[in-house]
Design a protein around this ligand. Structure first.
Ligand code: NI
Length: 226
């Protein structure tokens, strides 16, 4: 499932983030790429642990943990600290699948990359190209969202970033290990939870809601890994 999560950051916030990113020092994006994907990756990245990346990452995690859409769709267990990148001057990242397991620098803990996410800091009109192209079970999807919006998609997907031929595309990306490993099970739970939320708004006193909510939790209990 591919999910659009709008408005994690306001216009003013992304403006401030973009200004800070324009003034900072960047490194070659190959620093976090595997041996094979290094050949396909042509972009700039803030080094892991860069103060600005840490600040942006912490703000993102804070927002995400308060975001009902993210919580319901991702069922997050742990998150790899967000990284920040920039595509400019023809930069691109050819088709690849992300590494299955990531270990943050200086940490013992490893994160299984069940879900990938990209949060856009540049608006679509700020650059040409730069679409995130994702091969989903339903075909190829092209993503280019407004600044402040995020896309969440299965870590198992083949994906690429088209060359940026004008302007600059600033974004943050990270991985989430979910409490539910399988995308199909996670999707089913998300759809069921969305229906329960809607019924709770429309017919809050309906007795079947208790049973339905119970069934959601019993399915989650069956599939959850902690
Ligand atoms: Ni990737």
């Amino acid at each position: 499932m591919l999910l659009h999560i709008p408005g994690l950051f306001s216009r003013e916030e992304v403006q401030r983030i973009r200004e800070a990113l324009t003034q900072t020092e960047w490194a070659d994006g190959k620093i976090t790429a595997g041996f094979q994907s290094a050949k396909a990756k042509h972009n700039l990245q803030l080094p892991e642990g860069h103060p600005l990346a840490k600040e942006i990452g912490a703000a993102m995690i804070d927002r995400l943990w308060k975001n009902p859409l993210f919580m319901s769709a991702a069922l997050p267990h742990k998150v790899f600290p967000p990284l920040v990148n920039c595509y400019t001057g023809g930069g691109s990242f050819d088709f690849h699948i992300d590494n299955a397991v990531r270990q943050p620098k200086g940490s013992q803990e490893r994160v299984r990359t069940d879900l990938s996410a990209t949060l856009f800091f540049s608006d679509p009109e700020d650059y040409d190209g730069g679409e995130l192209v994702i091969q989903d079970t339903y075909g190829v999807q092209q993503v280019k969202f407004p600044a402040g919006d995020m896309v969440l998609y299965p870590g198992t997907s083949l994906h690429k970033v088209n060359a940026v031929t004008r302007g600059a595309r600033f974004a943050s990306f990270f991985w989430t290990q979910s409490l539910v490993r399988e995308d199909s099970q996670r999707t089913l739970l998300f759809e069921m939870d969305s229906a329960i939320q809607q019924l709770t708004r429309d017919v809050p006193d309906h007795p079947a809601l208790v049973q339905l909510t119970g069934t959601y939790h019993n399915l989650l209990r069956r599939w959850v890994e902690v």
